[in-house]
Ligand binder design. Structure first.
Ligand code: DOR
Ligand code: ZN
Length: 349
């Protein structure tokens, strides 16, 4: 099907992105810079990006990997560890390229081993962030082995987030990649500088897509896809116009062999077709007129950066995405590889 329907929006912000490091950057940065003008870059490298000097050196490597015809602003983050010092927070606040600190509960996800065992151990650092207004980005899942993987986000809100908010109501927070109705309800009840990111894959898919008719590792991510009623709550939140919800892909590249394995890594590589996927999600709710706010404005306001003056254009057309892309010495399987997409990002002229 070819149609003349087109939509132009300010170049969006990906408010949650994994780019990895080293030779991966030549693939990952180009894919995101084609789609986004800015991205909030996750710090879960090996070793993690804990100090400001490490974040700035990482930023330089990202910029060096960016194709010269594309402009791309990496918004850097620090990895909160139990070794993070108050002076790291003060330095981050003085550094215009560092925008936030990321909390990974230790053991929650990829490269989270150096994360936080118990939130009490980082309370002095969080207090300083609250005083200084530096946002905390949260991977909101408990790691308690007794808690079912499908319940880990809702239990995190009860056990960790509600007490944290009570203790530090001024701390700016982004609850990252929310996946449940409970998280939507919680975010909607918050005041002040509190927001949540939503991935394209959680807006478009539920756990049946991952598990019915065979186990599809390219749909496996953390937090894991939930049942359909949660997806519907996420779609309603994303398309509601509420500025507390904004785009964050959580695009997380893993080489083909690491995904297609007896113990598959968590992460969906959505970056190459991210805006196509979000357009499909918004079109499914007849809400394309709200895409620009969700993708380009809400995160800009939250982080205090200008809305991009350049635009990107998506057109309604059916096309088939690549089966695989070159990555390191092998390949990577992009999300929805080889399948038909209904929207296409036009190349900038
Ligand atoms: O699926 C995920 N992959 N979730 C995360 O939280 C981390 C990410 C990664 O870095 O691979
Ligand atoms: Zn992530």
């Amino acid at each position: 099907m070819t149609s003349s329907l087109r939509i132009s929006i300010p170049r969006p912000i990906d408010a949650h992105l994994h780019l990895r490091d080293g030779r991966s950057l030549s693939s990952t940065v180009a894919a995101s810079a084609r789609q986004f003008g800015r991205a909030v870059v996750m710090p879960n490298l090996l070793p993690p990006v804990v100090r400001c000097s490490e974040a700035l050196a990482y930023r330089d490597r990202i910029l060096a990997a960016c194709p010269p015809d594309l402009s791309f602003q990496p918004m850097m983050t620090l990895y909160l560890s139990e070794n993070t010092r108050i002076e790291d927070i003060d330095q981050a606040c003085a550094e215009p390229d560092i925008y936030a600190v990321k909390l990974y509960p230790a053991g929650a996800t990829t490269h989270s081993e150096a994360g936080v065992g118990h939130i009490d151990r980082v309370m002095p650092v969080l207090e300083r962030m609250a005083e200084r207004g530096l946002p905390l980005l949260i991977h909101g899942e408990v790691t308690d082995p007794d808690i079912d993987i499908f319940d880990r986000e809702a239990v995190f809100i009860e056990r960790t987030l509600i007490p944290l908010r009570r203790r530090l109501p001024e701390l700016p927070i982004v609850l990252e990649h929310i996946t449940t109705r409970e998280a939507v309800d919680y975010v909607q009840a918050q005041n002040g500088r509190f927001a949540a990111t939503l991935t394209a894959h959680h807006l478009l898919h539920d756990r049946n897509d991952m598990l019915v008719g065979g186990m599809r590792p390219h749909f496996f991510c953390l937090p894991i896809l939930k049942r359909r009623e949660h997806r519907q709550a996420l779609l309603a939140a994303a398309t509601s116009g509420d500025p507390r919800f904004f785009l964050g892909t959580d695009s997380a590249p893993h080489a083909q062999h690491a995904k297609e394995s007896a113990c598959a890594c968590a992460g969906c590589y959505t970056a190459p077709v991210a805006l196509e996927l979000y357009a499909e999600a918004f079109a499914s709710c007849a809400a394309l007129d709200r895409l620009a706010d969700f993708a380009s404005r809400h995160a800009a306001h939250f982080y205090g950066v200008p809305v991009d003056t350049q635009e990107i254009t998506l057109s309604a057309q059916t096309w088939t995405q690549a089966e695989r892309l070159p990555y390191l010495d092998g390949h990577i399987i992009p999300f929805r590889a080889g399948s038909e997409l209904q929207w296409r990002l036009e190349d900038a002229v």
